[in-house]
Design a binder for this molecule. Structure first.
Ligand SMILES: Cc1ncc(COP(=O)(O)O)c(C=O)c1O
Length: 368
């Protein structure tokens, strides 16, 4: 039986090779490699896709979170609420500014930041909340906003895993003050290398982030503040303009597979993420929990099916944040996720037979 990868990007390249190569060639012909026309063109397409006035293309999603914090004036002494169940980069942006991430547990069923647990972590230093639309599933923006508004806090959305997902009919990235995206290969909208973006409606944020990513200057060689080199590469902009056209089709395919998994995987040993009715998830990662995740991943590997884990250590217990003094038991739901999660294969080009096989293996697990 043939191997099933957790994700296989070669199928997309094979299907659209000519279009991708033409786009890359156009950049080479103009040598518009760093920033430039092709990167700007993608920004102009991405903002209306998300539903914001601006998109600021960047070199990766970690920079997006970093610049979002700087645009909002976060700095040393400040605190920003971050979910414990996320990829670590959500917290890096806060730490890079000298501020402190304050980790909050996820709910037991949606696995997203728990709006009921935010308030108890707010202090007079808290400046805002970063919510993460984890695994492609929008977090409960409305309830997080109630808390944020009560305390005068900003909300930044980490949309790295949820490009095209909707909360109450609105695109993620257009809900909060700023939306941060990653186009890392394997994300549901991905570049042929690194890429990221911050979306927003306020011109002031856009101008500031544009200056920061360009070494702190609006006019070449005149540096108004300490800046960074965080520009989106031209080749990545050109590739992303091609991929963005296909994103709705890819999302539809992901949804079909995700819904099949939800309906047809009936093994009581397997628990799936709850998708509230007011959300349209994009099934970036299909995460389940099982009693013994190491055993499950090995069982699938024995059948030549690759699975992995998102994520095996919650942010608050990472060694990098040991100095903050968190203990096991501080975020029990996130800790449960870390020790029970498995990510099943899911990508738009999966064949029906491959999906059938994953479902059959999941249903047979624990019954041999
Ligand atoms: C939730 C989340 N936030 C931030 C990032 C960081 O993005 P990048 O890898 O492009 O820096 C990622 C992706 O890796 C992510 O999954």
């Amino acid at each position: 039986m043939s191997h099933i990868s957790r994700i296989d990007l070669t199928r997309d390249f094979k299907a659209h090779r000519d279009e991708y190569m033409k786009a890359i060639e156009a950049v080479c012909e103009e040598t518009a490699f760093s920033g430039g026309r092709f990167a700007d063109k993608f920004d102009e397409e991405f903002a209306p896709f998300v539903g914001t006035a601006y998109a600021c293309g960047l070199n990766n999603g970690t920079s997006a979170l970093h610049l979002a914090m700087l645009a909002l004036g976060v700095g040393p002494g400040d605190e920003v609420i971050v979910p414990a169940n996320t990829y670590i980069a959500t917290a890096w942006g806060v730490s890079y500014t000298g501020a402190t991430p304050v980790f909050v547990d996820c709910t037991a069923d949606t696995w997203q930041i728990d709006p009921d647990k935010i308030e108890e972590r707010i202090t007079e230093r808290t400046k805002g909340i970063i919510g993460v639309h984890l695994y492609g599933q929008p977090f409960d923006f409305a309830r997080v906003k109630e808390v944020a508004d009560r305390h005068g806090l900003f909300i930044v959305e980490d949309c790295a895993q949820a490009c095209g997902a909707k909360f109450e009919g609105r695109n993620v990235g257009s809900l909060g003050e700023l939306g941060c995206f990653s186009f890392y290969p394997g994300k549901n909208l991905y570049a042929f290398g690194e890429g990221g973006s911050v979306t927003c409606d306020k011109e002031e944020y856009f101008r500031h982030m544009t200056r920061l990513k360009n070494q702190g200057c609006d006019r070449r060689y005149y540096h108004d503040e300490i800046g960074y080199n965080m520009r989106l590469e031209g080749v990545q902009g050109a590739v992303l303009s091609v991929s963005l056209k296909y994103l709705p089709e890819w999302t539809e395919k992901r949804r079909k597979i995700g819904l099949r998994y939800h309906k047809e995987i009936t093994n009581p040993l397997i628990t799936m993420q709850v998708h509230p009715e007011n959300t349209d998830p994009v099934y970036h990662l299909f995460v389940i929990t099982v009693p013994d995740h190491e055993d499950f991943v090995q069982y699938m590997a024995d059948a030549d099916v690759e699975c992995n884990m998102h994520y095996p250590v919650p942010c608050h217990l990472q060694d990098a944040y040991k100095f903050l003094g968190y203990q096991v038991g501080d975020c029990p739901n996130a800790e449960y996720m870390a020790s029970h999660c498995v990510t099943l294969p899911l990508f738009p080009e999966m064949t029906e037979e491959e999906v059938d096989r994953v479902i059959a293996l999941c249903n047979a697990y624990g019954k041999e």
